[in-house]
Design a binder for this molecule. Structure first.
Ligand code: URA
Length: 434
């Protein structure tokens, strides 16, 4: 079969057979098919989509491109949690310790931030000494001893995804439902998990802008998991404003600490507790979801989640004192206040723009090779629905270098919409799939 014919058929909306998809991806990995043909194939998928059979075949070939991490000798039910990416989304650092302290084994395979979205690994690496490049053996030992470990995608875990993701990033094909679904699920299925809880973000700060697209993505990922006998549930949650108040790596770790001590923002606490409850429920620690919610709440209130996070920071080489003494985290050297041009109600805070602005001053990266500045970011002073006076502070920009601050400040200012009427309250958790 000729590669160009497969691209042609996909471009025209035809369904490819599993072996045809496998031959494309395997040929690409062996460097027999060039970047430009796979780029064209990705763009064809972007416009024509994929059937469930195709997306399962694509996921399968990506899983098979590496090894599988066998956790079967580790006692307990293994549950991972994954977000499709958002702004200020630090829920993994809260829900994972809560679930682990309730008895779930949580092998967290996390990603890095890209574009305007943040990544769990970058947040963790803002903690001095924290190592995310564990060997598989270290990862397994951590899980045995602490029930929780954070690791990045290694060369062993779905290497095809790493290669395809870079190409997608350079060819404007990231925001494709089947490509996102197979990318996320291939990394999860390379580890023999029992269950997965997904947080599919929707809104201006998410890859999926509309709820119908988010629902399709959630259904696709739940379907891929189910076909392989995994218990999978997906929450569809609002990403029209940043989650919590902090955006930027070390700033987010500070907010995680406050939230695990039950002094965090309401929206962040609510989503993190619900995700932890779903992990506990799918982890079969208790018989009902209501019991799981109660257990997650009690692990927050009695400080077990907070202690678990400290224990894991220490075990992965980090300094756990950072959770009590924020001056031990990287700190910015400059602060710029953004004031409200008029009085009124905050009707919108465009999460995408806030994410881009904090990326611009160094909190994120434009390409996978860029390094990030862990100290910088944005702290919101208001959230949607709140009243603000003329000159009242909307947010603060924390920076270490002056050069992009002006541009970022303008972007952040543009992110706020102020109206005379209070906006309608928006649901935070919009839907559950699976
Ligand atoms: N996260 C991933 O791991 N892959 C995607 O394609 C998008 C978000």
């Amino acid at each position: 079969m000729r590669t160009v014919d497969l691209i042609h058929r996909k471009r025209d909306g035809e369904e490819l057979a599993p072996e045809e998809i496998a031959s494309l991806i395997e040929g690409y990995l062996r460097d027999e098919i060039p970047d430009y043909q796979i780029s064209a194939f990705l763009m064809a998928v972007f416009f024509s989509g994929m059937t469930d059979r195709e997306v399962s075949a694509l996921t399968d070939v990506m899983v098979r491109s590496g090894g599988t991490v066998d956790l079967s000798d580790i006692p307990g039910v293994k549950v991972d949690k994954h977000s499709t990416g958002g702004v200020g989304d630090k829920t993994s650092l809260i829900s994972a310790p809560l679930a682990a302290s309730a008895g779930v084994v949580v092998p967290m395979i996390s990603g890095r931030g890209l574009g305007h979205t943040g990544g769990t690994l970058d947040k963790l690496e803002s903690i001095p000494g924290f190592r995310t490049n564990l060997s598989i053996e270290e990862f397994r030992n951590m899980l045995k001893r602490h029930k929780l470990a954070f690791i990045g995608q290694t060369a062993e875990i779905a290497p095809a995804d790493g290669k395809l993701y870079s190409l997608r990033d350079a060819t404007a094909t990231v925001e494709s439902i089947p490509l996102i679904a197979s990318s996320i699920m291939s990394k999860k299925l390379a580890v023999n998990l029992d269950a997965i809880v997904l947080d599919v973000k929707v809104g201006t700060g998410a890859f999926m802008k509309r709820q119908v697209e988010a629902r399709r993505l959630a259904q696709m990922m739940v379907g891929i998991g189910r076909r392989l006998d995994k218990r999978v549930q997906a929450l569809i949650t609002d990403m029209n404003q940043p989650l919590g108040y902090a955006i930027g790596n070390a700033l987010e770790v500070m907010e995680v600490s406050q939230t695990l001590q039950n002094a965090g923002p309401t929206d962040l606490t609510r989503i993190s507790l619900e995700l932890a409850a779903r992990m506990i429920y799918l982890g079969k620690i208790v018989p009902t979801l209501d019991d799981a919610r109660e257990l997650a709440q009690s692990k927050l209130l009695d400080g077990s989640g907070y202690q678990k996070f400290k224990e894991v920071i220490q075990a992965q080489g980090g300094n756990p004192q950072v959770l009590d003494r924020f001056e031990l985290l990287p700190n910015a050297t400059g602060v710029r206040e953004i004031a409200s041009p008029r009085a009124g109600y905050i009707s919108q805070i465009e999460a995408g723009l806030i994410g881009l602005a904090s990326s611009l001053i160094g909190a994120g990266r434009d390409t996978k090779e860029d390094t990030i500045d862990p100290a910088v970011g944005v702290i919101l002073e208001v959230k949607v629905g709140q009243k603000v006076d003329t000159g009242g502070v909307l947010c603060r920009l924390y920076y270490t270098k002056e050069d992009r601050v002006e541009e970022a400040a303008q972007m952040v200012e543009d992110a706020f919409r102020i109206s005379t009427q209070a906006p309608e309250e928006r649901e935070l958790i919009l839907e559950v799939v699976g």
